[in-house]
Design a protein around this ligand. Structure first.
Ligand SMILES: Cc1cc2nc3c(=O)[nH]c(=O)nc-3n(C[C@H](O)[C@H](O)[C@H](O)COP(=O)(O)OP(=O)(O)OC[C@H]3O[C@@H](n4cnc5c(N)ncnc54)[C@H](O)[C@@H]3O)c2cc1C
Length: 429
């Protein structure tokens, strides 16, 4: 059976780069990552060994992840979509769509949560804005660029993106963490929650209020800071496990008089909201591209299983009820793939057109994650009892798909954004 992304959808101008990047990247994972994953098989398959009593992944697992990040960075893959100014490879977002699709289609679900099943170590081969070098870090000061960026680009150190708080989730203007100027320093006080990679990060990008009047009017007043997680006053409060897992990637932190030099401000003072939205927009498209690949993985498994599984004397693929589920999966994958590609093209054209495709990015994220959940639900159904077993990663894919409907903007917030854009006059399709 033919599996894997089709070459037909790849635009001519990037065809050679996409083919080179996909082939090299997949070969790298097969040669460098999968053997490591096999060596760690016992650990990865059992949460009781994988997480410690506080829900943190054990050092052996995190060490393996670091090794993968660093090998991937050395081979030129880890930060390949981050700009060159932060140590990345500067490849465009359309190329990212194909590479992410290819990876998730081949290796299955795994990102963004820690999963001890297949994919745990293939996931850290690629950096994202919540853990590694990304476009969001372009406006860091020269000092931060020189002192910290090399170890982030090499995969040795990681970051986390700390925006959400107990009373500021969908409504990011509710942020209460403050940063006050004191001489040459900024002093940060407050707390954050639900922050991906916070249990393991070496640095945090913290968003804090720097002008209370501006923030009340929702016209700025929030700034972004680059903070070392071992700074005095910075404490990690604990892991927040989700969806039936014994541990995970998300956590909460508190800041008590965390003092950072003035040059740790990222970009302009009071312009942190734009920086956050830059990261989040990139995240929304990347999640959507992951979904295309994750769904392809589920469909490939289902097509194969349906042709082999016999029931009432025939392969179940001969029953229309099963065929309809396979066809519905394909319709959703095809739709989401070309939505995501078209939106990636609009983002790349934005410098010339001046039109950032805000509503399209939200449409992709809402559609892709909801259809991914539907796809995994169908794939589990096609597999019967095997669909629920821990042997396949379909149940993990279902949990990841359900989880993805919350971070980087819930489905309701995406629809709010789409409607607001249209009501402001953006009705171009
Ligand atoms: C796995 C995971 C990883 C995460 N990673 C990060 C991270 O790395 N960094 C970070 O900063 N944050 C992170 N978050 C936080 C995430 O961004 C928030 O959980 C999300 O934005 C929703 O906020 P909330 O949980 O406070 O829900 P709420 O904002 O309280 O929403 C509750 C419900 O109300 C709905 N709702 C809210 N406002 C409206 C409205 N105006 N109209 C209609 N419905 C509305 C929501 O859609 C939702 O259904 C993560 C969360 C999860 C679960």
């Amino acid at each position: 059976m033919v599996t894997g992304p089709s070459e037909i959808g790849i635009p001519e101008d990037i065809r050679d780069v996409v083919k080179g990047a996909v082939t090299g990247f997949i070969q790298f994972i097969d040669a460098e990552v999968l053997p490591l994953e096999q060596d760690l098989g016992d650990l990865l398959i059992d949460e009781r060994k994988f997480f410690d009593e506080n829900g943190k992944a054990v050092p052996e697992a995190m060490e393996a992840r670091k090794q993968v990040r660093m090998k991937s960075a050395a081979a030129g893959y880890y930060g390949m979509f981050a700009p060159e100014s932060v140590g990345g490879g500067g490849l465009g977002i359309r190329i990212m769509v194909f590479v992410e699709e290819a990876m998730y289609r081949k290796y299955g679900p795994g990102r963004p949560l820690i999963t001890w099943a297949k994919g745990f170590l293939s996931q850290p081969t690629l950096a994202s804005f919540v853990d590694g070098p990304s476009h969001m870090l372009v406006p860091v000061s020269e000092t931060v660029r020189k002192e910290f960026m090399p170890s982030i680009a090499s995969g040795e150190k990681t970051v986390c993106f700390a925006l959400s708080e107990a009373d500021a989730g969908s409504d990011v203007w509710g942020v209460q963490t403050t940063a006050k100027r004191d001489g040459d320093d900024w002093v940060i006080n407050g707390s954050k929650t639900w922050i991906t990679n916070s249990p393991y990060a070496d640095y945090a990008i913290i968003f804090a209020v720097t002008d209370e009047e501006m923030i009340k009017e929702r016209k700025g007043g929030m700034s972004a800071f680059f903070v070392e997680t071992d700074a005095p006053g910075y404490s990690f409060d604990g892991v927040l496990p989700v969806m039936g897992h014994a541990g995970g990637d998300c956590g909460a932190m508190t800041f008590e008089d965390v003092r950072v030099p003035a040059d740790r401000l990222i970009g302009a003072e009071n312009q942190g909201f734009q920086i956050a939205m830059f990261g989040i927009s990139e995240g929304r498209l990347s999640i959507s591209a992951n979904c295309v690949g994750m769904c392809g993985y589920a469909l490939d498994r289902s097509l194969e299983y349906a042709q082999n599984r016999m029931s009432f004397g025939k392969p179940i693929s001969e029953y229309q009820a099963i065929q309809f589920m396979l066809a519905d999966m394909a319709i959703d994958i095809y739709t989401m793939k070309y939505m995501v590609l078209q939106t990636a093209a609009l983002i790349e054209a934005a410098t010339a057109t001046g039109r950032l495709p805000v509503k399209e990015i939200s449409m992709c994220k809402a559609y892709a994650v909801e259809k991914t959940q539907a796809t995994y639900d169908r794939a589990i159904q096609v597999h019967g009892g095997m669909g629920l077993s821990n042997e396949l990663s379909l149940n993990e894919g279902f949990r990841i798909a359900r989880t993805l409907r919350i971070p980087d903007g819930t489905g309701e917030i995406q629809r709010r954004t789409i409607a607001r854009q249209m009501l402001r006059g953006d009705t171009v399709f």
